[in-house]
Write a protein that binds this ligand. Structure first.
Ligand code: SAH
Ligand code: SF4
Ligand code: F3S
Length: 457
């Protein structure tokens, strides 16, 4: 198709939910130009890889995939290959030099330029850049019961290990009215749950509304039965937000509250701007006001200078808080960040040992917390049939616990059911049907994988 206008695109996404959301934005932009999405790179005139730079491993995976695409591209005359997302921003022309078969590298604030860069027309690139919030662009949401909605972009926190502020630019909030417009459209399309997304939603402010105000506005949208949000930086989580969750049943009692470390010395070196005891007090306040709340966290092990003692502090914090779940990462040096100046002095094997130790501990705690559900009745939003076990269905509690159950007749995705929990593992609850509630809202029966990580759903 050399010289011809492309008609199809394929997009593959790495990294966090923000990237998944951005892929929907990009799909929306390309569909607006008349392109159609296809499910394999072989069938596409334009192949886009939306990339992540958060850890070295994330970048290695992308580079490996690019090599896989190389022969496909050679076999399809005229195919364009675009690397978009965080790696495109971080490496820019260096990526094009290292991988000359890549045609374009386009960072997260320049997606409006894609039509022009792909020779499709002008787009409206003059709006592109630092202040971009993609207002007015309707993302091409994948079908389902739950949708993600970006309420802000960028990050100003500059945690010393983190590349995100460099690749995503300065923090900016999308006007509440624009968020509401998208949520209303989603409700009209049959979505019953929205997940408000930002690197630190607690610092959302559009000049008139803070994040608690926004949550309340979204929770009031007709048809939206559940509102979730991520991520919460502990330093910015307000009493007003705790109050909003406590007093609104459709704002889900689940807070993802990354602690990163339990050692004050390391927290300071990470530039997290809270102490261990401030974090623990925050957890206490949250639990006092929202007793059923589920708390999850992110932890980095092996940050420069992390001694066994520092690590023990993290271990004891995990014991003390009793999180519902934790994502543990090995520290990975990111060039250009403040921590890259520090010596990466924890040996790789020690990092792995610490990671495994925390994972073992957290698994026991998750099991304990999940077992506390046995015998309880919970309301579950049905997501679809279990991909792995015919006859089983998968759904989620408002506390974000995955529940598997086997109804006698198929239940439509988007329905709410009441289940009695009869069994629990560290990862999954098993329930029995009490009664089906309300009319099902979404007719499609998308298959679900209950073992998927949150970012894989
Ligand atoms: N804005 C969110 C998410 C940031 S990225 C937040 O503040 O929590 C998700 C997680 O990746 C972080 O919470 C952190 O635990 C981890 N992470 C970020 N940079 C990292 C690095 N250089 N090495 C290892 N883990 C990292
Ligand atoms: Fe990275 Fe910190 Fe911003 Fe999260 S809050 S994206 S960890 S700099
Ligand atoms: Fe990765 Fe960019 Fe998200 S670096 S974690 S895809 S913001």
């Amino acid at each position: 198709m050399t010289g011809q206008r492309p008609t199809t695109f394929y997009i593959r996404t790495y990294g966090c939910q923000m990237n998944k959301y951005d892929s929907e934005i990009v799909a929306g932009i390309l569909e607006e130009q008349g392109l159609r999405e296809v499910s394999t790179p072989e069938a596409a005139d334009v192949v886009l890889i939306n990339t992540c730079s958060v850890r070295e491993h994330a970048e290695q995976r992308v580079l490996g995939y690019l090599e896989q695409l190389r022969p496909l591209k050679a076999a399809r005359a005229g195919q364009r290959l675009a690397v978009i997302g965080c790696m495109a921003e971080r490496l820019g022309s260096r990526l094009l030099e290292a991988k000359p078969f890549v045609d374009l590298a386009v960072g997260p604030d320049r997606y409006r330029e894609l039509p022009r860069l792909l020779g499709l027309g002008d787009g409206n690139a003059e709006l592109s850049g630092e202040a971009e919030t993609y207002e007015g662009i309707w993302p091409s949401h994948r079908k389902g019961v739950s949708a993600w909605v970006a309420v802000m972009r960028g990050c100003d926190n500059f945690c010393s290990y983190c590349i995100v502020p460099y690749v995503r630019g300065r923090e900016r909030s999308r006007p509440a009215e624009s968020v509401l417009e998208e949520v209303r459209r989603l409700a009209a399309e049959g979505f019953v749950e929205v997940n408000l997304l930002g690197q630190n939603v607690n610092s959302y402010h559009d000049g008139r509304h803070d994040f608690a105000d926004l949550l309340l506005l979204v929770a009031d949208v007709e048809g939206i039965r559940r509102v979730r949000f991520a991520t919460s930086h502990p330093k910015d989580l307000s009493e007003k937000l705790i109050e909003a969750i406590a007093s609104h049943p459709n704002i889900c009692p689940h807070i993802h509250l990354p602690v990163q470390s339990g050692s004050d010395r390391i927290l300071e070196r990470m530039n997290r701007r809270y102490t261990r005891s401030q974090y623990l007090r925050l957890v206490e306040r949250i639990r006092a006001r929202i007793p059923e709340v589920a708390l999850t966290t992110d932890i980095i092990v092996g940050f420069p200078g992390e001694t066994r003692e520092d690590f023990e502090q993290t271990r004891s914090l995990v014991e003390e808080v009793q999180f519902d779940g934790a994502f543990v990462f090995r520290y990975s040096v990111r060039q250009g960040t403040a921590a890259a100046q520090l010596e990466d002095d924890v040996p790789e094997l020690e990092k792995i040992a610490r990671l495994e130790e925390l994972n073992r501990l957290q698994k026991k705690i998750s099991l304990r917390r999940n077992r506390a559900y046995v015998g309880r009745k919970v309301e579950v939003l049905v997501e679809g049939p279990n991909r792995k076990r015919p006859g089983q269905f998968v759904g989620r509690t408002d506390t974000n616990k995955i529940v598997v159950f086997s109804p006698s007749v198929p239940i439509e995705a988007g329905s709410f059911v009441r289940l009695r929990i009869v069994e629990a593992t560290a990862h999954t609850l098993f329930g029995e049907l009490e009664a089906e509630q309300g009319p099902p809202r979404v007719a499609c029966l998308t298959e679900q994988n209950p073992d998927a990580q949150p970012w894989e759903r």
